[in-house]
Design a binder for this molecule. Sequence first.
Ligand code: NGQ
Ligand code: ZN
Length: 463
Amino acid sequence: MKPVIRELIADRALLPDGWRSNVLLEWDEQGILTAVRPDAETLALAPRAAATVLPGIVNLHSHAFQRAMAGLTEYRSDPSDSFWSWRTLMYQFAGKLAPADLKAVALQLYIEMLQAGYTSVCEFHYLHHDRDGKPYANPTENLACLIEAAQEAGIGLTLLPVMYQHSGFGAQAPHAGQARFINSPQWMMAALQRLQADHPQHAGLRYGVAPHSLRAVSPQSLQQLLAELRQWDAQAPVHIHIAEQRKEVEDCSAALGAPPVAWLLDNVEVDRHWCLVHATHMTAAETLGMARSGAVAGICPTTEANLGDGIFNGVEYAAAHGAWGVGSDSHISTSLSEELRLFEYSQRLQHRQRNVLADDQGASVGSYLYRKALHGGAAASGRQVAGLQVGQRADLLVLDQQHADLEGKHGDQLLDSFVFSHHGQTPVRDVMVGGHWVINDRKHRLQDASLAAYAGSMKRLLA
Ligand code: NGQ
Ligand code: ZN
C-alpha cells in the first residue's frame, strides 16, 4: 500500500504574513494544518510540488437552486422591472423544484465554485416544504440534499436553514409563492437537532441559522430564535438579508422606527458571529456601527448588480475597518475573481477614482481584496478556514503559473492579475479542500456525471 501523503511544498504561498517561498504544508487526517514552514529544505520523499498556492476562500452567500435560473430573467417583462419583479419570476421557478433537482443543481454549482477557487460555501436555504407547501415526511429533506451535494463535491459547508414567516413588515400574511418557506422558531430548532443527529457537524460541516430578513420575521420570533440558538450553540453563525432595497429600508423605518441595520444593532447583540448580507443601503452612522460590531458584511457584487440593488458603502466601511466577504448569492456568476473585481469597480465608478480599496500607499488592491474576503468569509462560515496557518483547514488553490495572465508575475502582482486581468480560462489549476485534491488540472472527478444529471433536471424544469 502506498503511504498517505499529507504534505506538500509550494514554491511560493500566500501566508498570513505575506508571500513566502519553499513553504512546507502538513495536515492531519481531519485535514487540519499541523505545520506551515517557509524556507523549508526539499525533503527526500518529495511531496507534490505546487508552484503558486493561495488559501481557499469562502463563498459566504448562496441560494443553490437559483443557479438553474441564471440567464432566464434577462428580458423586459415591464418597463419598471426591478428586484421585485425578478423575485416573482424566482418564486415561480422555486415552485417547480423537487429534492432530486435541488441535489443535481447544487452538485453542479458546488463543482463550479471549486473550479473558481471557493473551497467553502454558506448555504442560506429556505425551500423547506413540498411544492404545495406541505412538509416532507422528513422535514429536513431538502436541507439534507445540500449536505449530500456538498459532500460529493468535496466543498466545505455552513448550512443555514432559513426562518421565514411573513410577506412584509407588520407580520403581513405570506403570499402563495412563499408557501414552501414558512416555518417558526420551533421548526428551526427541531431542524437543527435533526440535522445534527442525521449528519453530525465536523471540520467540513457547520450549522447556523438565517432569519431571512426583517421583512420576513417578526422581532418576537427573531428574539426567540436567537435565545434558543444560543442555548444550543453559543457560537453558531447567524446570517440575515438586511438592507438590499430602498423600499425595504423605508418600510422598516415606518414599521420599526429605524432603518434595518440601525434597528438590528440596537435590538439584538450583533457580533462577529453575524453576517449581514446586502448591507447595501446604510447611513454613515449605520456603516460605522456595523463596522464596530464585528459583524461581517456579506457583499454579493454580481447579484447586486444583476438585481439593480445599489452600491455598498465600501470606502466608508473600509475606513472603519469593517469585516466583509463575498458571496455569489443568485449565481448569475460563480467567479470568485469577478466578485472581487466588481466590488472594486463599483467603488471606482461611484467615486471616479482608481485603486480605491487598498491598505496603504503603494499597496496592492488585489491583495487587499483577497485577504479581506478570506478573513470575512472564514468568520461568516463559523469554521476554521482562515488561511494557511496551523489549526486551519488545508483549503488551498494552485495557480497555473503558465497561464498568460500570470506569466512573469510575482508577489502581489499575482493577486492583482488574478483579480483584474482576465483572458481565457481561469488560472485556478488545482484545488484542495481539507487535505483532499478535489480539482485536478481544472477537472472534478464527478463533473461529467454531474452535468448529465443537471441537464436532466433542466429539461424537466424548463419543459
Ligand atoms: C432570496 N435574494 O431570498 O433569494 C432573495 C430574494 C427576498 C436576494 N435578496 C427574496 N438577492 O429577498 O425576498
Ligand atoms: Zn440571498
